[in-house]
Design a protein around this ligand. Structure first.
Ligand code: ADP
Ligand code: MG
Length: 969
């Protein structure tokens, strides 16, 4: 049975561990103590299981427990006893050379065999048997952990180490294990579990660490405190040490520090008292306070119906569980007489171990279920009163050494353990209602409710204020909506009126349409009628034709009948004829001859008439010939005359050549260049190049002109223009000069163009390689280009392209001047600006600047000024947008760069062009980036002409972008 129960786990093993002391061999000479143990076996019931000790008898030990014996945890529990064998140490090895042990462990049976002598041994059963290899962790878990858990549930508990000095009590219980956590002893591990299971601040863990030596309690956390008195509450039986230091443990590290301090103090105290720590008891007292709520409360209510339910029903009064854990490292259990060898008096020695022997007595009394437990005999037993053997849960770890040297001590230690195994405790749950914390809680609740009421009041006020605000807002929005509604209804009314008038219009339109419709219907009716009439006519006609056809068919049939009768007559005649033939055979030959004669005569007659007609034809031809001869003669005459005329013209031309001055410039009418400008009232920047010429020279020129005009009148313009295509380049040169001179006069220009002079001149530009011809032709075109109508024509005929080409292929400054003049004139026509630019006119103008000739440059500047003027006019009139066309081709850059030129006329044109460009807001960006502002400022200050100065100032003032940039400067 014992072996059967040994399989049971330690925690369920309520029964008979203590009963297992049985002899494996002869046990007749068993010691008295063992005999006691053997007799103390609890009674077995019929099922073979040990009968739990009687509740009454146990409760007599702890009268307080009677009131709360409902919890399963409060069933009687035996003191648990485990045995631990220390590994062999150096000393053991030295003394036990034969390795003979006095003990043999049977851990699987939880038994220990103690050899009595060489041939016999005693076997003892314990709750657990730890071999020398047992780990600290397992020892803790088996021995101490159930006690710790019980303490956490509100019961008092004790873990004690009992054994001979040097067998490992302190190792098992008090080892700090700072270097190796696996070596940590029961104290550290217990606190680790307790700290983990409690939650501050509602729970608390407090410790006191004490030493008991020579019946004096000393505070190991405050060594100055010695002889601390023990206080026992007469009502509850609670034991306390009011003088001892109690430290609330924060965490494990904190506890380790406390233990270390305690250990150091214990060592120091023992050194001072010249004692050994083995003679003193070290006691760690752990006070645990845990708050438990509803669950426990409900239990209490159900358990104690009618007594407390009125008071606590559902109120959730906090319950606090207070419990106490004692971990005791007892003094060495070696026999006093052995201690006496250290020179102490027996009494002294007895006194030293009074507590330990008193503990033994108490254990014996408890084990024997004695009515008197002598707990008051010593300080230790008084301290343990409420934690051991009474209402508490207790575990005892008994440490032994292996060495046979200490056989006697080991045996007595084992017997002590065996006796302790018989003690059955009645644990007691200590709970009380924490009125203080209840009052605190209630106060807190009152505070919370007061604050809540205040908060609610505030919320209500806020809500009221918000509602009022919303009401006001609603009023406002209502008024606004009304206003909107009124205006909307007005608009709708207006719309309504408008729609009505529109409807009226539509109605009248509809009526009109209706009238039209009626008219159309009338027309349709008429048409239908006429259609019907036509149909009738058609039917009549058809009928008539059908009738006619019938008549015709009838006629045909008549004819056929007729022909049939004719055939019959013919046959009849043939028959008659053949009859006649036979009769008139001779007559026939005479008839034939006569017929032939007649034929011959007819032929002769025909030939005669033919001859007659041929003769008359011949006469006509002769007449024609004479006429032609006459014509031929007159034509020759005319040709001769023409030849003569030509010679004459050529002679005249030679004369003319002599009369025409060598300077080709003179064929130009300098005045005319700026004719357009004059006509538009802008003569202030016109290039009146001619004005500097002296009057006699002008007279000379006009004299020559008169001569040319006379010649032209004599020869005829047409003839002169024809000469432009002459193969003789000399003749061409002269002709082109004449044309150029003629073109200088307004009155001739129209005629020249009408008679194809412009085409001829453009053709010369296109095809001639002759410098003079190119120059003079360009001049002539320049003159023609003074006339607005001609300008358009020139452009249409590709004049700008040709001029640009000419400008690019010659370096002759005179030619370039003419070309530039022509282009400058074209620049004065607003309608042509875009085409002119596209045809490369602006590029050509700017390109000609390369010649460096001031005359050419002056023309270029004039052209650009003209262009700018036209553009500005277009912008002002609003039919031109965007930035200037001049900018793309680099004209603006050139203008800005040449605003300081020495030539007065060029400078004027440049200044004017810049001012005009500045007029257009769209050009501002380019003007600013090109440095034009500075130039414009300069022009406004320095221009030789007041009007240009004023214009520049105006532009700077009026153009906002320029203005902004100026300010930025
Ligand atoms: P006690 O407190 O009973 O006098 P100690 O705990 O001081 O004995 O142990 C005495 C020596 O034996 C120490 O050096 C201790 O480290 C060692 N010791 C005790 N038990 C064990 C064990 N189970 N394993 C290893 N060493 C031990
Ligand atoms: Mg020790």
């Amino acid at each position: 049975m014992a072996s059967k129960s040994s399989r049971q786990s330690y925690s369920h093993n309520h029964n008979n561990g203590s009963s297992s002391s049985s002899s494996t061999s002869s046990s007749s000479s068993a010691p008295a103590s063992r005999t006691t143990v053997g007799h103390a076996q609890p009674a077995h019931n019929s099922s073979g299981r040990p009968k739990p000790p009687s509740a009454t008898s146990r409760r007599s030990v702890t009268p307080n427990s009677r009131t709360q014996s409902f919890h399963s945890d409060q069933e009687p529990r035996r003191v648990r006893v485990a045995i631990r064998l220390r590994p062999r140490n150096a000393e053991d090895l030295l003394s036990d050379a034969d390795f003979s042990d006095c003990v043999e462990l049977q851990p699987e049976l939880k038994r220990l065999k103690l050899s009595k002598n060489n041939w016999s041994s005693e076997s003892y059963r314990f709750d657990e048997v730890f071999t020398e290899t047992a780990s600290q962790k397992r020892v803790y878990e088996v021995v101490a952990k159930p006690v710790v858990e019980s303490v956490l549930n509100g019961y008092n508990g004790t873990v004690m180490a009992y054994g001979q000095t040097g067998t490992g009590k302190t190792y098992t219980v008090g080892r700090l294990g700072k270097e190796d956590a696996s070596e940590r002893g029961i104290m550290v591990r217990a606190l680790e579990d307790i700290i983990a299971s409690t939650s501050p601040p509602s729970d608390s863990v407090e410790v006191s660490y004490l030493q008991l030596y020579m019946e004096s309690i000393q505070d190991l956390l405050a060594p100055e405190k010695t002889n601390i008195p023990i206080n026992e509450d007469p009502k509850t039986g609670e034991v306390s040490l009011p003088g001892a230091t109690v430290v609330r443990v924060q965490d494990l590290d904190h506890f380790l520090q406390l233990l270390q301090v305690g250990e150091a103090n214990r060592h120091a105290a023992n050194t001072k008292m010249n004692t050994e720590s083995s003679r003193s008891h070290a006691i760690l007292m752990v006070h645990i306070r845990r708050s438990i709520h509803e669950k426990v409360n409900d239990e209490i209510n159900s358990q104690e119906k009618g007594t407390k339910s009125d008071l606590f029903d559902g109120n959730g009064i906090p319950i606090v569980r207070k419990s106490k854990l004692l971990i005791v490292d007892l003094a060495g259990s070696e026999r006093i007489d052995k201690s006496g060898s250290e020179g102490l008096l027996l009494e002294e020695a007895k006194f030293i171990n009074l507590s330990l022997s008193s503990l033994g007595k108490c254990i014996n009394a408890l084990a024997e279920n004695s009515s008197h437990i002598p707990t008051r005999d010593s300080k230790l037993t008084r301290l343990l009163r409420d934690s051991f053997g009474g209402s508490a849960r207790t575990s005892l770890i008994v440490t032994i050494g292996p060495s046979a040297r200490h056989h006697a001590e080991t045996a007595s230690t084992i017997m002590f353990g065996q006796r302790a195994m018989k003690i059955v405790n009645m644990v007691k749950l200590k709970e009380e209602f924490d009125y203080e914390s209840l009052s605190r809680k209630l106060e807190g609740q009152v505070d919370y409710l007061t604050a809540e009421i205040e908060r609610q009041q505030k919320l209500r006020d806020d809500g009221k204020y918000k509602l009022e605000k919303q009401l006001r807002e609603c009023h406002d929005s209502f008024a606004e909506a009304r206003k909107v509604l009124v205006t909307r209804s007005e608009i709708l009314e207006k719309e309504n009126i408008h729609l009505e008038s529109e409807m009226k219009g539509i109605l009248s339109e509809l009526n009109h349409q209706k009238d039209l419709n009626n008219l159309m219907q009338d027309k349709v009716a008429k048409l239908e009628m006429s259609l019907k009439h036509s149909e009738k006519v058609l039917a009549d006609t058809t009928q008539m034709y059908e009738k006619k056809m019938a008549e015709l068919i009838k006629q045909i049939e008549d004819e056929r009948a007729h022909s049939e009768s004719a055939e019959e007559q013919l046959a009849l005649m043939k028959k008659l004829l053949s009859e006649h033939q036979k009769s008139i055979q001779g007559q026939k030959q005479i008839d034939e001859l006569a017929l032939k004669l007649q034929e011959m005569y007819q032929l002769h007659e025909n030939t005669l008439s033919e001859l007659q007609s041929l003769k008359s034809e011949n006469k006509d031809l002769l007449l024609q010939k004479a006429k032609l001869n006459e014509e031929l003669h007159s034509m020759r005459q005319r040709l001769l005359e023409q030849e003569k005329q030509r010679k004459g013209i050529e002679n005249e031309l030679i004369k003319l050549k002599r009369a025409v001055p060598e300077n080709e410039n003179d064929f130009e009418d300098k005045k005319s260049y700026m004719k357009e400008e004059l006509s538009k009232g802008s003569s202030e920047f016109g290039n009146r190049m001619g004005s500097y010429r002296s009057n006699p020279l002008r007279e000379n020129i006009s004299g020559q002109r008169a001569t040319i005009a006379k010649i032209c009148e004599e020869v005829g313009l047409q003839k002169i223009l024809e000469l432009l295509t002459s193969e003789d380049s000399d003749v061409q040169v002269h002709a082109v000069k004449v044309v150029a001179n003629l073109a200088a006069e307004d009155i001739n220009q129209k005629r020249i163009v009408e008679e194809g002079g412009l085409d001829a001149l453009l053709m010369l530009l296109r095809s001639s390689e002759n410098t003079t011809i190119l120059r003079v032709a360009s001049g002539a075109i320049a003159n023609l280009a003074m006339n607005e109508m001609n300008q358009a024509l020139i452009m249409d005929k590709g004049g700008a392209l040709l001029l640009a080409k000419t400008a690019s292929k010659t370096e002759d400054p005179q030619t370039l001047r003419m070309v530039a003049g022509a282009l400058a004139n074209l620049c004065g026509n607003e309608k042509l600006l875009t085409v002119l630019k596209e045809d490369g006119g602006i590029k050509a103008l700017l390109g000609m600047v390369r010649s460096g000739s001031s005359d050419v440059i002056a023309q270029v500047a004039r052209g650009l000024a003209n262009f700018a003027k036209c553009e500005s006019r277009g912008v002002i009139q609003g039919h031109r947008i965007g930035r200037s066309l001049l900018i793309d081709d680099g004209a603006l850059t050139w203008l800005i760069a040449n605003s300081n030129t020495n030539s007065a006329s060029t400078r004027r044109h440049v200044e004017l062009a810049l001012c005009l460009l500045a007029q257009n807001e769209e050009n501002a960006k380019d003007i600013i980036s090109g440095g034009g502002i500075k130039v414009l400022i300069q022009i406004s200050a320095e221009s030789s002409r007041e009007d240009i100065r004023n214009l520049a100032k105006k532009m700077l003032r009026l153009n906002p972008s320029l203005q902004a940039d100026m300010h930025a400067r």
